[in-house]
Design a binder for this molecule. Structure first.
Ligand code: FES
Ligand code: FES
Length: 164
């Protein structure tokens, strides 16, 4: 079957088998390997991408179900050479160690901040509660998201730098 979607702002059309999962479509067909594949059982959350701005576990979504939708992967977070505040926050507050969970964590954080620009610790922990980090103990991830909430200007600067 043929499917079309927007991925990180680019319109793409591909022929896929109906059984192909979105995570495999993103990684193997589009070669966007920043989306990680972990448990494959909807438990770890490392495969999270945004579908129309909402975090989804891409190992539980068929590529065909993304037909007509807008997908954002971690590769779509930065604007040119300017990091999204969430990416900057993870760097500033050491929100990662091995980095395996990080793409999904950052996308969930971006979706959270888009609907709630100033979440408290509980709201951040609830937002990432479907995702597992084996390294950090979560405290630095929470601090990273709060750093991003406190520095939204990074994103505004990035928009100004985009050529017309
Ligand atoms: S690989 Fe999708 S939730 Fe673990
Ligand atoms: S940084 Fe290693 S799993 Fe989260």
């Amino acid at each position: 079957m043929q499917i079309s979607m927007t991925v990180n702002g680019d319109e793409i059309t591909r022929a896929v088998e109906p059984r192909v999962l979105l995570v495999h479509f993103i990684r193997d067909e589009l070669r966007l390997t920043g989306t990680h594949w972990g448990c494959d059982t909807s438990n770890c959350g490392t495969c999270v991408v945004l579908m129309d701005g909402v975090p989804v576990k891409s190992c539980t979504v068929l590529a065909a179900m993304a037909d007509g939708h807008a997908i954002t992967t971690v590769e779509g977070l930065a604007t040119g050479a300017t990091l999204d505040p969430v990416q900057q926050g993870f760097m500033e507050e050491h929100g990662l160690q091995c980095g395996f969970c990080t793409p999904g964590m950052m996308l969930t954080a971006r979706a959270l901040l888009d609907r709630n620009p100033h979440p408290d610790d509980t709201e951040i922990r609830e937002a990432i509660s479907g995702q597992i980090c084996r390294c950090t103990g979560y405290a630095t991830i929470v601090r990273s998201v709060k750093w991003a909430a406190d520095h939204p200007v990074v994103a505004e600067d990035a928009e100004e730098e985009v050529p017309a």
